[in-house]
Design a protein around this ligand. Sequence first.
Ligand code: RAM
Length: 355
Amino acid sequence: MSARIRGGRAVALALLTALTLAAAGCAGEEPATTAGQPAAGGGAKTIKEGLKIAFLPKQVNNPYFDASDNKGGKVAVEEVKGVYSQTGPSEASPSAQVSYINTLSQQGADVIVVSANDKDAICGALQEARTAGAKVVTYDSDTNPSCRDVFINQASAEGIAASQVKLISEAVGPDGGEIAILSATANATNQNAWIAMMKTELAKPEHGRLKLVATVYGDDDDQKSFQEAQGLLAKHPNLKGIISPTTVGVAAAARYLSGSEYKGKVQLTGLGTPNQMRAYVKDGTVKSFALWNPSDLGYLAAYAGGALASGLITGKEGEKFTAGRLGEYTVGKDGVVLLGDPFVFTKDNIDEFDF
Ligand code: RAM
Protein backbone atom coordinates (compact mmCIF):
# COMPACT_ATOMS: atom_id res chain seq x y z
CA MET A 1 0.00 0.00 0.00
CA SER A 2 1.49 3.33 -0.97
CA ALA A 3 2.04 5.92 1.75
CA ARG A 4 -0.04 8.49 -0.13
CA ILE A 5 -3.27 6.55 0.16
CA ARG A 6 -2.77 4.85 3.49
CA GLY A 7 -5.49 5.86 5.94
CA GLY A 8 -2.87 6.15 8.68
CA ARG A 9 -3.56 7.41 12.14
CA ALA A 10 -1.16 10.34 11.83
CA VAL A 11 -2.84 11.55 8.66
CA ALA A 12 -6.26 11.10 10.23
CA LEU A 13 -5.20 13.08 13.26
CA ALA A 14 -3.68 15.86 11.18
CA LEU A 15 -6.83 16.11 9.10
CA LEU A 16 -8.99 15.94 12.18
CA THR A 17 -6.98 18.64 13.92
CA ALA A 18 -7.25 20.90 10.91
CA LEU A 19 -10.98 20.33 10.71
CA THR A 20 -11.48 20.88 14.42
CA LEU A 21 -9.49 24.10 14.30
CA ALA A 22 -11.49 25.33 11.35
CA ALA A 23 -14.78 24.35 12.96
CA ALA A 24 -13.87 26.06 16.21
CA GLY A 25 -12.87 29.20 14.37
CA CYS A 26 -9.38 29.00 15.89
CA ALA A 27 -7.85 29.48 12.47
CA GLY A 28 -9.33 32.95 12.42
CA GLU A 29 -7.16 33.91 15.37
CA GLU A 30 -4.05 33.94 13.23
CA PRO A 31 -2.97 37.56 12.94
CA ALA A 32 -3.55 38.85 9.44
CA THR A 33 -0.25 40.72 9.57
CA THR A 34 1.77 37.48 9.37
CA ALA A 35 -0.31 36.06 6.55
CA GLY A 36 1.25 35.66 3.14
CA GLN A 37 4.72 36.82 4.09
CA PRO A 38 7.27 35.93 1.44
CA ALA A 39 9.62 33.17 2.59
CA ALA A 40 12.92 34.95 2.29
CA GLY A 41 14.26 38.36 1.57
CA GLY A 42 10.85 39.78 0.74
CA GLY A 43 10.76 42.36 3.51
CA ALA A 44 7.59 42.86 5.51
CA LYS A 45 5.18 42.50 2.61
CA THR A 46 1.82 41.05 3.49
CA ILE A 47 -1.48 40.38 1.80
CA LYS A 48 -3.34 43.65 1.29
CA GLU A 49 -6.47 44.29 3.30
CA GLY A 50 -9.85 44.79 1.66
CA LEU A 51 -9.30 42.53 -1.36
CA LYS A 52 -12.49 41.29 -3.01
CA ILE A 53 -11.96 37.53 -3.31
CA ALA A 54 -14.82 35.78 -5.12
CA PHE A 55 -15.34 32.02 -5.34
CA LEU A 56 -17.01 30.59 -8.44
CA PRO A 57 -17.50 26.82 -8.03
CA LYS A 58 -18.63 24.37 -10.73
CA GLN A 59 -22.05 24.65 -9.14
CA VAL A 60 -23.51 26.06 -5.95
CA ASN A 61 -25.45 23.89 -3.48
CA ASN A 62 -22.93 21.06 -3.75
CA PRO A 63 -21.71 20.05 -0.26
CA TYR A 64 -18.18 19.68 -1.61
CA PHE A 65 -18.09 23.34 -2.68
CA ASP A 66 -19.91 24.42 0.47
CA ALA A 67 -16.94 23.03 2.36
CA SER A 68 -14.23 24.36 0.04
CA ASP A 69 -15.71 27.83 -0.33
CA ASN A 70 -17.96 28.64 2.60
CA LYS A 71 -15.88 26.79 5.21
CA GLY A 72 -12.32 27.07 3.86
CA GLY A 73 -12.17 30.05 1.49
CA LYS A 74 -14.28 32.28 3.67
CA VAL A 75 -12.13 31.68 6.75
CA ALA A 76 -8.98 32.54 4.82
CA VAL A 77 -10.48 35.69 3.30
CA GLU A 78 -11.55 36.84 6.77
CA GLU A 79 -8.05 36.16 8.09
CA VAL A 80 -6.55 38.51 5.51
CA LYS A 81 -9.34 41.05 6.12
CA GLY A 82 -10.75 40.73 2.63
CA VAL A 83 -14.28 40.62 1.28
CA TYR A 84 -15.52 37.08 0.59
CA SER A 85 -18.24 36.03 -1.81
CA GLN A 86 -19.45 32.86 -3.52
CA THR A 87 -21.54 32.85 -6.66
CA GLY A 88 -22.19 30.39 -9.47
CA PRO A 89 -24.61 28.32 -11.53
CA SER A 90 -26.88 25.69 -10.03
CA GLU A 91 -26.03 23.32 -12.88
CA ALA A 92 -22.49 22.29 -13.78
CA SER A 93 -22.63 22.96 -17.52
CA PRO A 94 -19.63 24.02 -19.67
CA SER A 95 -20.47 27.66 -20.38
CA ALA A 96 -22.75 28.40 -17.41
CA GLN A 97 -19.90 30.13 -15.57
CA VAL A 98 -19.21 32.75 -18.26
CA SER A 99 -21.85 35.27 -17.23
CA TYR A 100 -20.78 34.99 -13.57
CA ILE A 101 -17.18 35.79 -14.52
CA ASN A 102 -18.31 38.84 -16.50
CA THR A 103 -20.36 40.10 -13.58
CA LEU A 104 -17.52 39.58 -11.09
CA SER A 105 -15.18 41.43 -13.39
CA GLN A 106 -17.62 44.36 -13.74
CA GLN A 107 -17.95 44.45 -9.96
CA GLY A 108 -14.19 44.91 -9.69
CA ALA A 109 -13.25 41.56 -8.15
CA ASP A 110 -9.57 41.50 -7.19
CA VAL A 111 -9.42 37.71 -7.26
CA ILE A 112 -11.64 35.15 -8.97
CA VAL A 113 -11.22 31.62 -7.59
CA VAL A 114 -12.85 29.24 -10.05
CA SER A 115 -13.36 25.48 -10.55
CA ALA A 116 -13.77 25.04 -14.31
CA ASN A 117 -16.58 23.03 -15.83
CA ASP A 118 -14.69 23.25 -19.12
CA LYS A 119 -11.03 24.13 -19.61
CA ASP A 120 -11.60 26.30 -22.69
CA ALA A 121 -15.20 27.59 -22.52
CA ILE A 122 -14.49 30.11 -19.77
CA CYS A 123 -11.07 31.20 -21.01
CA GLY A 124 -12.20 34.28 -22.95
CA ALA A 125 -14.18 35.63 -20.02
CA LEU A 126 -11.28 34.98 -17.64
CA GLN A 127 -8.82 36.76 -19.92
CA GLU A 128 -11.12 39.80 -20.02
CA ALA A 129 -11.36 39.76 -16.24
CA ARG A 130 -7.56 39.63 -16.01
CA THR A 131 -7.26 42.55 -18.39
CA ALA A 132 -9.65 44.42 -16.12
CA GLY A 133 -7.27 43.77 -13.22
CA ALA A 134 -8.43 40.54 -11.57
CA LYS A 135 -6.08 37.71 -10.62
CA VAL A 136 -7.42 34.27 -11.49
CA VAL A 137 -6.88 31.22 -9.32
CA THR A 138 -8.30 27.89 -10.47
CA TYR A 139 -8.90 25.23 -7.85
CA ASP A 140 -10.36 21.70 -8.04
CA SER A 141 -10.70 21.74 -11.86
CA ASP A 142 -8.20 23.72 -13.94
CA THR A 143 -8.60 25.74 -17.12
CA ASN A 144 -6.09 25.87 -19.88
CA PRO A 145 -3.00 27.14 -17.93
CA SER A 146 -2.75 30.28 -20.08
CA CYS A 147 -6.13 31.48 -18.75
CA ARG A 148 -5.22 31.69 -15.07
CA ASP A 149 -2.39 32.73 -12.76
CA VAL A 150 -2.18 29.63 -10.56
CA PHE A 151 -4.02 26.32 -10.16
CA ILE A 152 -4.51 24.89 -6.68
CA ASN A 153 -4.46 21.15 -7.28
CA GLN A 154 -6.08 19.05 -4.56
CA ALA A 155 -3.84 16.04 -5.21
CA SER A 156 -1.89 14.77 -8.19
CA ALA A 157 -3.95 13.08 -10.91
CA GLU A 158 -1.66 10.05 -10.63
CA GLY A 159 -2.24 9.85 -6.88
CA ILE A 160 -6.00 10.12 -7.22
CA ALA A 161 -6.12 7.56 -10.03
CA ALA A 162 -3.90 5.09 -8.19
CA SER A 163 -6.03 5.45 -5.08
CA GLN A 164 -9.33 4.95 -6.95
CA VAL A 165 -8.14 1.86 -8.84
CA LYS A 166 -6.59 0.36 -5.73
CA LEU A 167 -9.79 0.82 -3.72
CA ILE A 168 -12.02 -0.79 -6.35
CA SER A 169 -9.53 -3.59 -6.87
CA GLU A 170 -9.52 -4.37 -3.13
CA ALA A 171 -13.31 -4.13 -2.91
CA VAL A 172 -13.95 -6.38 -5.93
CA GLY A 173 -11.41 -8.94 -4.71
CA PRO A 174 -8.89 -11.24 -6.39
CA ASP A 175 -11.22 -12.57 -9.12
CA GLY A 176 -11.61 -9.10 -10.60
CA GLY A 177 -14.22 -8.57 -13.31
CA GLU A 178 -15.98 -5.77 -15.16
CA ILE A 179 -15.91 -2.25 -13.78
CA ALA A 180 -17.31 1.09 -14.93
CA ILE A 181 -16.70 4.77 -14.24
CA LEU A 182 -19.51 7.16 -13.35
CA SER A 183 -18.08 10.64 -13.88
CA ALA A 184 -19.39 14.21 -13.58
CA THR A 185 -19.65 16.36 -16.75
CA ALA A 186 -17.96 15.15 -19.91
CA ASN A 187 -15.87 18.35 -20.24
CA ALA A 188 -14.63 18.66 -16.66
CA THR A 189 -10.85 19.08 -16.69
CA ASN A 190 -10.28 17.34 -13.38
CA GLN A 191 -12.50 14.34 -14.17
CA ASN A 192 -10.92 13.80 -17.57
CA ALA A 193 -7.39 13.96 -16.18
CA TRP A 194 -8.30 11.39 -13.52
CA ILE A 195 -10.06 9.09 -15.99
CA ALA A 196 -7.04 9.16 -18.33
CA MET A 197 -4.73 8.27 -15.42
CA MET A 198 -7.08 5.53 -14.21
CA LYS A 199 -6.88 3.95 -17.65
CA THR A 200 -3.08 4.04 -17.44
CA GLU A 201 -3.27 2.52 -13.98
CA LEU A 202 -5.70 -0.21 -15.11
CA ALA A 203 -3.31 -1.16 -17.92
CA LYS A 204 -0.71 -2.24 -15.34
CA PRO A 205 -0.32 -6.03 -15.00
CA GLU A 206 -1.38 -6.04 -11.33
CA HIS A 207 -4.83 -4.84 -12.42
CA GLY A 208 -5.13 -7.25 -15.34
CA ARG A 209 -8.25 -8.87 -13.88
CA LEU A 210 -10.20 -5.61 -13.91
CA LYS A 211 -11.86 -4.70 -17.19
CA LEU A 212 -13.25 -1.19 -17.75
CA VAL A 213 -16.43 -1.68 -19.82
CA ALA A 214 -18.07 1.78 -19.68
CA THR A 215 -17.61 5.41 -18.72
CA VAL A 216 -20.83 7.37 -18.19
CA TYR A 217 -21.59 10.94 -17.11
CA GLY A 218 -24.03 12.02 -14.42
CA ASP A 219 -23.22 15.73 -14.90
CA ASP A 220 -22.86 16.26 -11.14
CA ASP A 221 -26.64 16.09 -11.06
CA ASP A 222 -28.05 13.79 -8.41
CA GLN A 223 -30.97 12.39 -10.45
CA LYS A 224 -28.97 11.92 -13.63
CA SER A 225 -26.16 10.23 -11.70
CA PHE A 226 -28.69 7.90 -10.03
CA GLN A 227 -30.15 6.95 -13.41
CA GLU A 228 -26.74 6.44 -14.96
CA ALA A 229 -25.82 4.06 -12.13
CA GLN A 230 -29.06 2.17 -12.68
CA GLY A 231 -28.38 2.11 -16.45
CA LEU A 232 -24.90 0.66 -15.93
CA LEU A 233 -26.30 -2.34 -14.07
CA ALA A 234 -29.08 -2.85 -16.62
CA LYS A 235 -26.58 -2.82 -19.49
CA HIS A 236 -23.76 -4.73 -17.83
CA PRO A 237 -25.26 -7.51 -15.73
CA ASN A 238 -21.79 -8.86 -14.89
CA LEU A 239 -20.55 -5.57 -13.51
CA LYS A 240 -18.50 -6.06 -10.36
CA GLY A 241 -17.63 -2.50 -9.47
CA ILE A 242 -18.15 1.21 -10.09
CA ILE A 243 -15.68 4.04 -9.55
CA SER A 244 -17.35 7.44 -9.25
CA PRO A 245 -14.71 10.17 -8.76
CA THR A 246 -17.30 12.86 -8.01
CA THR A 247 -18.98 13.59 -4.70
CA VAL A 248 -22.38 13.95 -6.40
CA GLY A 249 -22.01 10.77 -8.47
CA VAL A 250 -20.70 8.49 -5.74
CA ALA A 251 -23.47 9.51 -3.32
CA ALA A 252 -26.18 8.97 -5.96
CA ALA A 253 -24.71 5.61 -7.02
CA ALA A 254 -24.51 4.53 -3.37
CA ARG A 255 -28.16 5.44 -2.86
CA TYR A 256 -29.15 3.41 -5.90
CA LEU A 257 -27.07 0.36 -4.95
CA SER A 258 -28.12 0.36 -1.31
CA GLY A 259 -31.78 0.11 -2.29
CA SER A 260 -31.21 -2.53 -4.96
CA GLU A 261 -30.51 -6.24 -5.25
CA TYR A 262 -26.86 -5.31 -6.00
CA LYS A 263 -26.12 -3.99 -2.52
CA GLY A 264 -22.89 -5.54 -1.27
CA LYS A 265 -22.52 -7.50 -4.53
CA VAL A 266 -21.55 -4.68 -6.86
CA GLN A 267 -18.76 -2.69 -5.25
CA LEU A 268 -18.57 1.09 -5.30
CA THR A 269 -15.81 3.51 -4.54
CA GLY A 270 -15.05 7.07 -5.56
CA LEU A 271 -14.40 10.53 -4.22
CA GLY A 272 -17.02 11.48 -1.65
CA THR A 273 -17.65 13.57 1.42
CA PRO A 274 -17.95 11.66 4.71
CA ASN A 275 -21.33 13.21 5.56
CA GLN A 276 -22.85 12.13 2.24
CA MET A 277 -21.33 8.64 2.37
CA ARG A 278 -21.63 7.74 6.05
CA ALA A 279 -24.92 5.82 5.78
CA TYR A 280 -23.68 3.75 2.83
CA VAL A 281 -20.42 2.84 4.51
CA LYS A 282 -22.35 1.76 7.60
CA ASP A 283 -24.94 -0.28 5.67
CA GLY A 284 -22.22 -2.15 3.76
CA THR A 285 -22.84 -0.67 0.30
CA VAL A 286 -19.39 0.98 0.24
CA LYS A 287 -16.23 -0.36 1.88
CA SER A 288 -14.03 2.67 1.30
CA PHE A 289 -13.77 5.91 -0.66
CA ALA A 290 -11.35 8.81 -0.79
CA LEU A 291 -11.11 12.58 -0.77
CA TRP A 292 -8.88 15.41 0.40
CA ASN A 293 -9.98 18.09 2.82
CA PRO A 294 -12.07 20.42 0.61
CA SER A 295 -12.01 23.24 3.15
CA ASP A 296 -8.20 23.23 3.08
CA LEU A 297 -8.40 23.45 -0.72
CA GLY A 298 -10.54 26.59 -0.62
CA TYR A 299 -8.43 28.05 2.21
CA LEU A 300 -5.22 27.59 0.23
CA ALA A 301 -6.82 29.00 -2.94
CA ALA A 302 -7.88 32.17 -1.11
CA TYR A 303 -4.37 32.73 0.26
CA ALA A 304 -2.83 32.15 -3.17
CA GLY A 305 -5.25 34.70 -4.63
CA GLY A 306 -4.42 37.19 -1.90
CA ALA A 307 -0.69 36.72 -2.49
CA LEU A 308 -1.16 37.26 -6.25
CA ALA A 309 -3.32 40.37 -5.83
CA SER A 310 -0.79 41.81 -3.37
CA GLY A 311 2.14 41.28 -5.72
CA LEU A 312 3.80 38.76 -3.39
CA ILE A 313 3.79 36.09 -6.12
CA THR A 314 3.15 36.14 -9.86
CA GLY A 315 2.55 32.42 -10.46
CA LYS A 316 6.10 31.58 -11.50
CA GLU A 317 7.65 28.24 -10.63
CA GLY A 318 9.66 28.37 -7.41
CA GLU A 319 7.83 31.30 -5.79
CA LYS A 320 6.80 30.73 -2.18
CA PHE A 321 3.92 32.03 -0.11
CA THR A 322 2.45 31.35 3.30
CA ALA A 323 -1.13 30.14 3.56
CA GLY A 324 -2.09 30.90 7.17
CA ARG A 325 -2.40 27.80 9.32
CA LEU A 326 -1.42 25.50 6.42
CA GLY A 327 2.07 26.98 6.27
CA GLU A 328 4.32 27.57 3.31
CA TYR A 329 3.67 26.46 -0.27
CA THR A 330 5.81 26.64 -3.40
CA VAL A 331 4.46 27.30 -6.88
CA GLY A 332 5.37 24.34 -9.10
CA LYS A 333 5.62 23.84 -12.85
CA ASP A 334 2.91 25.54 -14.95
CA GLY A 335 1.77 27.57 -11.94
CA VAL A 336 0.44 24.54 -10.06
CA VAL A 337 0.34 24.48 -6.25
CA LEU A 338 -0.28 21.03 -4.77
CA LEU A 339 -2.42 20.73 -1.63
CA GLY A 340 -1.52 17.17 -0.62
CA ASP A 341 -2.56 13.53 -0.92
CA PRO A 342 -5.97 11.86 -1.08
CA PHE A 343 -7.22 10.36 2.16
CA VAL A 344 -9.14 7.08 2.48
CA PHE A 345 -12.33 6.85 4.54
CA THR A 346 -13.64 3.51 5.90
CA LYS A 347 -16.18 2.46 8.53
CA ASP A 348 -13.36 2.57 11.09
CA ASN A 349 -12.55 6.27 10.68
CA ILE A 350 -15.59 7.92 9.06
CA ASP A 351 -17.11 9.05 12.35
CA GLU A 352 -14.06 11.20 13.04
CA PHE A 353 -15.10 13.54 10.20
CA ASP A 354 -17.90 16.02 9.77
CA PHE A 355 -18.03 17.65 6.35
C1 RAM B 1 -17.61 16.96 -7.28
C2 RAM B 1 -17.07 17.83 -8.38
C3 RAM B 1 -15.65 18.26 -8.07
C4 RAM B 1 -14.78 17.08 -7.68
C5 RAM B 1 -15.39 16.39 -6.50
C6 RAM B 1 -14.59 15.18 -6.07
O1 RAM B 1 -18.07 17.71 -6.21
O2 RAM B 1 -17.10 17.11 -9.60
O3 RAM B 1 -15.10 18.91 -9.19
O4 RAM B 1 -13.47 17.45 -7.38
O5 RAM B 1 -16.70 15.96 -6.86
